[in-house]
Design a protein around this ligand. Structure first.
Ligand code: IVH
Length: 696
């Protein structure tokens, strides 16, 4: 600091400048926290910018009072040649990981803890903190005298890299802390939100399109975050939107009076660090299992990626007693979910023909276990996507399968990391249907090529049958791809009604078809005749009529004939239906053979309970929430859900105090227990049907 700080002449005005500097920094920090961490800004952006510019100007004219924790210092460092290696004051350990999909990981952890603590069966359950396992990069933030002095990656746990310049650019990370211990290391995860990742890739794509050199898109938020953290130019890092969650501490010197892990997290939150709102306490193995399950259900809806949950013993005294074993704390464990992304090899790229004749490029993959199933095929969506991702035979690719979504190829792993330099030819779309040889065309403004063969194309026939027979449509149990292939190839069925004309003898004569299986199919076909209007309508496979639209149509019109005869105007009166959908429905029913299919199916005995058109239909279940559990005697779960929803009720996946009824069938499990525990009324299928038919 220069001597004029102490020169007597400038003292009065200096005092004013210093006060203003302190005020501006304080305000900018407070509003930054409101904006970045709490997502609740109190100042319009323009006013924030005005304060920021005033501070910048004041610091420029008074460089002697520049401080490292000033909000102006987030961006502005010079590009580095390399990162400096730093030794962690307290090693950054990893934690033991359990990867099962069931509950045994949580049970085993709780059992180990109880054994270590010498608890008996009579002792109270152990209290844990349950956290999300964020899919980003571990970071150590070192504060000295309350000021962010250094940010380092985990590295090998003992030595990491000094990435302070880049970490300063993260608006969520405080540059200074009020009333913090002399030395405080905060540990947590740097990650990228999914929406920020999408927006970043969108920007990258337009840069590439504009011919900017050296730009690329990122395969997932984790990679994008890792790239940003290890970016040598902090100006570039600043353009990569990163976020942070705190989950622990490293070295602490000075007073830090907390006795539980949760209190520790609360204290960090008080200093301005983001702590995930899902963080909670749980009692015993049952509490852990419940959290694992609940977060597993919410996983796909979170704004960021997680790869599991983490359990930690809440009491810090007990943590200390438990200690460490082979560089892992005994008091914590990560309970992972099945990975949603894996690497594998592309064996071939095929073109498949869908129900509506859509041609889809599909990568045939070396089998890989991802998202809880073994995947051998992954969609490349369409010609443009396949070209953009430039997937070729022999490439190493990242495959993703999240939730129920069909597996997709996220991208190719670059040459250095596995993909060969001498790659095969670029994918080229077929101009002829690979199944029936009809020409395939891509209409102006459409993304897809379509086979023009219609029901002449056996691929389209097969898909139409599979679509009709699927669980969400009329549900013919056991009628899968292989059987439909056999039936269509042997010309035993051409149209949907042919399904119901299949005899036991014809079925039993098929290759690899045991008598028992043939009888099962006959029984399943019989059972499928009892359906609901929305399922039947959806099953017809009218282009643009998905489940939701089918439900809306059924509710609005109440019966099939009204839908078949509806004018465009009448169709447009349905909430879910726009001009394209209305057109598609009319085109479908304009074809005499489609009407014939409906007639023949009805003649074969397909039927559904009548529903009243919505204008007059009563809503006996309005404002009621149902949970369905176990196997119902006649209705499939989806059919039961349709009926409840048609009557205005909601169907939820978990039982709470707000649940109106639990609809239970045989082999109902934990949901039934939960209902009994909470005193929620449990009903069976017969009661449901009675409730539906009784007058409100
Ligand atoms: S605690 C001593 N909590 O998972 C305990 N780690 O091996 C140290 N991670 O790469 C870790 N979310 O970065 C902890 N809520 C969480 C976490 C978490 C993600 C990462 C961590 C490390 C790995 C643990």
């Amino acid at each position: 600091m220069t001597s004029d700080l102490f020169s007597s002449e400038s003292n009065a005005s200096d005092q004013g400048v210093l006060e203003r500097l302190a005020y501006l920094r304080g305000e900018l920090q407070r509003h930054g926290h409101l904006y970045y961490v709490l997502d609740a800004p109190e100042l319009p952006d323009a006013q924030y910018d005005a304060l920021f510019q005033e501070l910048q100007a004041l610091e420029q004219t008074n460089p002697q009072w520049q401080t490292p924790d000033s909000p102006t210092q987030r961006i502005g460092g010079k590009p580095l040649d390399a990162f400096t290696s730093v030794r962690h004051a307290v090693p950054m350990l990893s934690i033991r990981t359990e990867t099962d999909t069931e509950s045994s990981g949580a049970q085993a952890f709780d059992a180990r803890i109880r054994k270590e603590l010498e608890l008996t069966e009579e002792s109270a359950p152990v209290e844990y903190v349950t956290e999300l396992k964020f899919d980003g990069l571990a970071m150590n933030l070192r504060y000295e005298a309350g000021i962010l002095a250094q940010a380092a990656t985990r590295g090998d746990g003992e030595f990491g890299e000094d990435v302070t310049q880049n970490i300063r650019t993260i608006g969520q990370i405080p540059l200074r802390l009020a009333h913090a211990p002399e030395v405080l290391e905060v540990r947590g995860e740097v990650y990228m939100r999914r929406d920020d990742f999408e927006a970043l890739n969108e920007r990258q794509r337009s840069r590439i399109a504009q011919g900017e050199k050296g730009e690329k898109t990122f395969v997932n938020p984790r990679n994008a975050a890792a790239g940003a953290v290890r970016q040598l130019d902090p100006a570039i890092a600043a353009q990569r939107p990163l976020s942070f969650f705190a989950y622990g501490v490293g070295e602490v010197q000075g007073t830090f009076a907390v006795v539980t892990h949760l209190e520790l997290l609360e204290t960090l939150r008080g200093w301005g660090f983001p702590v995930a709102s899902q963080t909670a306490t749980a009692l015993g193995a049952a509490g852990l299992i419940e959290f694992h399950q609940r977060m597993g259900e919410q996983r796909d809806q979170l704004p960021f990626d997680i790869d599991g949950v983490v359990y930690k013993v809440n009491s810090l005294a007990l943590q200390q007693r438990l200690g460490f074993v082979s560089r892992e704390p005994r008091w914590a464990v990560a309970h992972k979910y099945p990975a949603q992304e894996q690497l594998t090899q592309v064996l071939a790229i095929d073109v498949q023909v869908g129900r509506t004749g859509k041609l889809t490029p599909v990568a045939k993959l070396a089998p890989v276990f991802v998202g809880g199933v073994t995947v051998t095929n992954a969609t490349l969506h369409n010609e443009d996507e396949a070209k953009r991702k430039d997937v070729r035979v022999g490439d190493t690719v990242i495959v993703r399968r999240a939730g129920d979504v069909i597996p997709e190829v996220v991208g190719v792993v670059p040459a250095a990391e596995g993909t060969s330099q001498n790659r095969g030819a670029m994918f080229a779309m077929l101009h002829q249907c690979p199944v029936c040889g009809s020409s395939a065309i891509r209409e102006e403004g459409e993304a897809d090529y379509r086979c023009t063969g219609g029901l002449f194309c056996s691929a389209q026939r097969k898909q139409a049958i599979l679509h009709f027979a699927q669980r969400r449509a009329v549900e013919v149990e056991g009628l899968g791809e292989k059987l439909v292939d056999q039936l269509v190839d042997a010309e035993l069925i051409r149209t949907l009604p042919d399904l119901y004309r299949l005899g036991f003898t014809a079925l039993a004569q098929l290759e690899r078809m045991a008598e028992k299986s043939a009888q099962n199919i006959i029984d399943a076909l019989e059972k499928s005749k009892q359906t609901t209007l929305p399922r039947f309508l959806f099953g017809l496979g009218i282009r643009h009529v998905g489940e939701a639209t089918a439900k809306a149509l059924a509710r609005h019109f109440g019966d099939m004939d009204a839908i078949m005869d509806a004018t465009e105007e009448e169709l447009l009166a349905v909430g879910d239906v726009g001009p394209i959908v209305a057109q598609s429905i009319q085109t479908f029913f304009d074809q005499p053979h489609n009407r014939e299919v409906v007639e023949h199916l009805r003649a074969c005995g397909i039927n559904w309970p009548a529903i009243e058109a919505s204008s007059s239909a009563p809503k006996p279940f309005a404002a009621m929430t149902f949970v369905i559990t176990g196997t119902l005697p006649t209705l499939g779960r989806d059919a039961a859900k349709d009926l409840i929803e048609a009557a205005g009720g909601k169907v939820s996946g978990s039982v709470s105090k707000k649940t109106s009824y639990v609809l239970a069938g045989s082999e109902a499990g934990s949901k039934l227990d939960k209902a009994q525990e909470l005193g929620v009324t449990v009903i069976d299928e017969a009661t449901l049907m009675a409730m539906l038919s009784s007058e409100p």
